[in-house]
Design a binder for this molecule. Structure first.
Ligand code: ATP
Length: 291
């Protein structure tokens, strides 16, 4: 089990993360927060690229820094911007990385063959990556992270720049990979993890806001989300009085979706909360510009 114990991270005077406590077992954990919330900071500590200012990270009770090589042997990591050589084919690239990891060519070849099959890149195994789509490159990234058949797979924003179809494919791939390992995936896109994560971790104000199933997180807004149709003229006032989390033009009117925790109006329709609603509600101050 991987444990984050009372971890804080300072960059000079700036506190990026404060008193983080987390436990990871097998399955998919989605680390969900807007950009700048500290996801990469947490991930870099989990892969020992940076050290916590306070607290410790433990794997089966031992500090991961002390485990050193033993920890890296069970770790697969896909950084936010992973460096690949576009003049290499996936096969050449993976052979090169295998060599760096001390795996000889004879052992590496069947592993690479199997991995490329797993990430559906067998038919382009010998093609230069120059012309690959973002999704194909990310799948090469996953393949390189899986070279040592890691027990822990950590992916930092792996779907950035992917189109919805590639995202869906990526989710399928991760579900298949999660059977016997721990996968931690960071993202600011709710749909990346909503349906596949066993646990969702949300960070707010440098602390853990939620660590729970998507359903339980949704339940925090149960009974507080409504939809109603208003005129375009009413929209401005509505925006001022309620916390809007969605608006859609519909037959000349606006269908608004909003959070309200007091008495409801008879024209409003109560709706079931989605994880996206919680995300937009909790991060409404951070997202003003982005949404
Ligand atoms: N080396 C550093 N020195 C100073 N501040 C940093 C450093 N690295 C990150 N930060 C700050 O810490 C905060 C968290 O950054 P982090 O990269 O962990 O966020 P994130 O949630 O991963 O966002 P993104 O998806 O944009 O990477 C940000 O305000 C960032 O500016």
């Amino acid at each position: 089990m991987l444990v984050v114990k009372d971890v804080s991270k300072q960059y000079g005077d700036f506190t990026a993360l404060k008193q983080i406590n987390l436990e990871f077992d097998k399955g998919i954990y989605g680390l969900l927060a807007p950009n700048g919330a500290g996801k990469t900071t947490l991930i870099k500590m989990l892969v020992t690229l940076i050290s916590p200012s306070k607290g410790e990270l433990l794997y089966n009770g031992t500090n991961i820094v002390d485990l050193d090589e033993d920890y890296r042997d069970i770790l697969g990591y896909l950084p936010q911007n992973f460096g690949f050589y576009k003049h290499y084919s996936p096969k050449q690239y993976l052979l090169y990385l295998a060599a760096l990891k001390g795996i000889d060519k004879k052992t590496a070849l069947p592993i690479i063959h199997e991995l490329l099959e797993k990430v559906a890149l067998s038919d382009v195994a010998n093609k230069k990556m120059r012309k690959f789509s973002g999704g194909m490159i990310q799948r090469v990234g996953i393949a390189q992270a899986l070279l040592n058949d890691p027990k822990i797979l950590i992916l930092d924003e792996p779907t950035a720049g992917l189109d919805p179809k590639e995202r869906a494919r990526f989710r399928q791939l991760l579900t298949g990979l999660s059977r016997d390992r721990l996968i931690i995936i960071s993202t600011h896109i709710v749909s990346d993890i909503e349906s596949i994560a066993n646990q969702v971790i949300m960070i707010k104000n440098h602390e853990i806001l939620f660590k729970d199933t998507a359903q339980s997180i949704c339940d925090t807004l149960d009974g507080f989300i409504y939809e109603t149709s208003i005129t375009n003229d009413e929209l401005e006032t509505f925006r001022k009085n309620y916390i809007l989390i969605g608006e859609k033009q519909e037959r000349g009117n606006v269908l608004v979706r909003f959070v309200h925790k007091r008495e409801m109006d008879k024209d409003w329709v109560p709706v079931l909360p989605h994880l996206e609603d919680v995300f937009l509600y909790e991060y409404r101050d951070n997202l003003m510009v982005e949404v």
